[in-house]
Design a protein around this ligand. Sequence first.
Ligand SMILES: Cc1ncc(COP(=O)(O)O)c(C=O)c1O
Length: 486
Amino acid sequence: MRTSGPASGPSDTPDFRTAAHRLTDWIEAYRVRLTNLPVLPRVQPGDVEAVIPPRAPESPEDVESILADLDETIVPGLTHWNHPGFMAYFASSASDPGILAEFVTAALNVNAMLWRTSPAATELESRMVDWVRDFVGLPDVFQGVIQDTASTSTFVALVAARGRAVPGVRELGLAGRSELSGCTVYASRLAHSSLDKAAIAAGLGLVNVRHVDVDERYAMRADALHEALAQDRDDGKRPVMVCATVGTTSCTSCDPVAEIADVCSLHDVWLHVDAAYAGPAASLPELRPLFDGWERADSIVLNPHKWMSVPIDCSVLMGRNLDEFRSSLALTPEYLSSDTSASNLMDVGIALGRRFRGLKLGFVFRWYGAEGLREMLQRHCDLAREFAAEMAADARVEVAAPVPLSTVCFRAIPPAGHSEEDWNRRLLSAVNREGTIFLSHAELDGRFTIRLTIGSVHTERSHVEAAWECLTKALEHLQSDPATAR
Ligand SMILES: Cc1ncc(COP(=O)(O)O)c(C=O)c1O
C-alpha cells in the first residue's frame, strides 16, 4: 500500500520495489515494440497537452494508471530518439548501461556543486573526462568537466576566452566600453549556431561573429581566417576566439585544425574546437588525421550524448588550463565557502547545481570497454560509406558532400521542369511520413540537401537497408506521379 504523502524512509521500499520491477518490464516492452512504432509521432501541436489534466491530482494515483498514461498519451506523442531508424540531426541514443546509470543517478540524487556536496561525483566526473581524453588520444594536459550540452560548453569556453582577451571584463563587462570597438569571434560559415548564441549571451553581439569562407570540401579556409583576423586587428577590433569544427552539423566537414592553430598562434587568439558529434571518432586510428592539430586547442567540446550512446545530457568540455575557466566564472558566496583545497565543479560553468553526469559515462565505458565503443563507431562509418556508395551508383540521386564520418548528404535529381528544392522537400516529407526512418535536412551552397546520419547504438545494417528501401520506394512513388505525390 502506498503512503499518501511522499514517503521518506524504508517503509516505502516494498512498494518502490514493485513499481521499479513493473517499470523495468515497461521499459523492456517499449524497447521491443519500438521498432514497429513510427519514428515520428502522428500528432499535431496541442494534441498531447489537450489530454493532460490542467491541474495536478489532489489524491495519489497508482503506478498502473501512471504507466497507462505513458502508453496512451506520452509514447504516441514522442519522436523516438532511441528508434533504430532515427537518422536525423545527430543521433542521441541511450544504451543499456546508460539507462541503468540514469536510474542509479536519480536514486542517489547528488548535487555535485561543491566537492564536499559530493566528493565521489566530483572526482568520478574528473576521472571520466580523463577517460574520454585518453580514448580520443588527447594529451594529459587537457582536463575538464561535464556540461549539459555543447551549447553550454562553447559558451563557457567563450567566456573564458573573453576573459583572456579583455582583461577586467569580469568586473566591467563589455557594454559602453568604446575603447574595445568590438570583440570578435571566428568560425566557418558551417559552424553550429551555438557559437552565434554564445556570442549573443556573452555580450559580443552577432555583428561580431565572422563567418569565414570554406573550400570545396566545406572546410574553413585558413587563409581566409588569417585575412579576417588581420583586417579586424587593423580596424582596432579585439579577436576573442576562433572556433574550428571537426564534423560540422550540415555535412560533417572537418576544418583543418592544424592550419587554424597556426593562424591562432600568429594572432594570439584562443582556439576552441567543436567536435560535439565527431569527437569520439578520434579514437579510430583511420580517422585520426581529421583531428590533427586539435591537441593545440585551448578548449575542446565533444558530446558523449551524441555518438557514444550515453543518454542526453553529457557534454565534455576540456581545457588546456582550467584556471582560465575558473577565473572567468568562479564566484563563491559565503554560504558556499568550504575549507578544502579540492576543486569545485560549480567553478567551471554557469550552473551551481550539477547532475551526477559522470556515472553514466563510467557505466558506458565499463559495459562496452573502449574496444566496444570503437567497434560501434567503425560500424557506423562503414555503414554510411556503403550507403553513400549505393547512392552514387543510382542515377536518381547524388551524394552532395564527402562522407568523412557517418553522415551522408544527398539530393534526388528532379525530372526536367521540377524545382530541385521542391522535389527534395517532397521526398523528405514522404520518407518521414512513412515512419520507418527519420531524416533531416541541411542547406549546402544554398541548396536544400537531405542528410542521413548513423550514430545510434541501436542502428544495425538491416535498418540502413530499410532506409534505402524506404527512400527508393518514396522516390518511385514521386516519379510515378510527380505532380501530385505529396
Ligand atoms: C557541431 C555541433 N556543435 C554543437 C551542437 C550543439 O549541441 P547541443 O545540443 O549539445 O548543444 C551541435 C548539435 O547538433 C552540433 O552538431
